[in-house]
Structure formats: structure tokens, C-alpha cells
Ligand binder design. Sequence first.
Ligand code: HEC
Length: 178
Amino acid sequence: MSTAMTSNLIISTAFLLSISACYAETNYQPLGKPATEISSQSEWNLTISPDGKNLPEGSGNAAQGAKIFALQCAACHGPEGIGGTADPLMGEVGSLASEYPEKTVNSYWPYATTLFDYIRRAMPIDRPFSLSADEVYALSAYILSQDGIIDAELDLSEKNLPQVTMPNRDGFIAIYPD
Ligand code: HEC
């Protein structure tokens, strides 16, 4: 390799290194927060079991949930919980074995407690953890009552949510039964 080529190589390598150093300084945006800053145990351990373990105290009904849904969910999930850009939530119960199966929360999910867990930790998708426990019970009550899975008058709470039987509860086969 000629001296000129070698020095060119050195110069271009130095140039590339300086660019990446610039990027490191100016474009680095830290994501999340250090684990040590997450204070309470409950912020870590949010998972709710099918039997309702870890459900927070609170309650809400379908009428309250309908108002929250219209304001905070319908834009993505559709006004009736189906037909929006995001996953369908309600309707199509009993369709799974039909020619046109549709997996909605109400037609497919085996446990109602998962609905609470999912909404609390992930929705609205642009503002996770923004809803109170009462609001999440109300939204769950609204979604479930739309397909008659619970009575529309029921105050859903940590006590009765685990007792809700989802329509597709027996449609899942445990890989490890024990
Ligand atoms: C900005 C759009 C947006 C808003 C607002 C929003 N969602 Fe979602 N939601 C999504 C998207 C996108 C997904 C799919 C996420 C994925 O699969 O990772 C989703 C998934 C879900 C699911 C799981 C559905 C499934 O079958 O997997 C539930 C339940 C849900 N949303 C409930 C709600 C509720 C309740 C609200 C209002 C409090 C809400 N969402 C607001 C976009 C949104």
C-alpha cells in the first residue's frame, strides 16, 4: 500500500470515528429510567394471575367505562370496540369455529383478569399507567358487558372480576397440565 493510501485510510478512519463521537454526544437519548429509580415493589410486580392475585382494590361499571372508552380508546379501537385501526376488543363471540373466525378480547381471551392487567399496563398505548384502578375496572366492565359476559349493571371489582367466565375459557389446552 502506498504512503498516500495509508494516510488516506488513517484520515478517513479518524473522520468516521469523529462522526460517531458526535453522534454519541448529541443524538443519545436515554430511554426508560434506571432500575434503581423505580421505587415501589408494586411498580415491578404488576402481573395479575387468572385467580385474581395482585388485583388492586377498586370498582367501576359499564356506564362509567363507556364514557372513558369514547374519550380514550375509541379513536384507535373503533366506537364499538371493533373496526378501528387497533385490535378489535368486542363482538364476534362464537365465531372462532366458524368460516370467518375473529379473535377479539371477548371471543378469544380465556381470563377476564388478563383484560385488567393488559389495560392497566399498556393502554392507552401512548399513555400507559395513566388510568386509575377504578377506571380500569370500569373499562373492563364496559368491554365485557357489550357481549353479555357480565351484567351491564354490575360493579366490577377485585372481588368479582376473577369469577367472570370468558366464552372461550375452555378453548385452550394446557401444554403442561401439572
Ligand atoms: C393510540 C391508539 C390506541 C389507543 C388510544 C388505545 N389503544 Fe388499545 N391497542 C392499540 C394497539 C396498536 C394495540 C395492539 C398492541 C399490540 O398488539 O402490541 C392495542 C391493544 C389493546 C388490547 C389488546 C387486544 C388484543 O386482542 O391483543 C386491549 C385490551 C386494548 N388495546 C384496550 C384499550 C383500551 C381499554 C383503551 C382505552 C383506555 C385503548 N386500548 C386505547 C392502540 C390503542
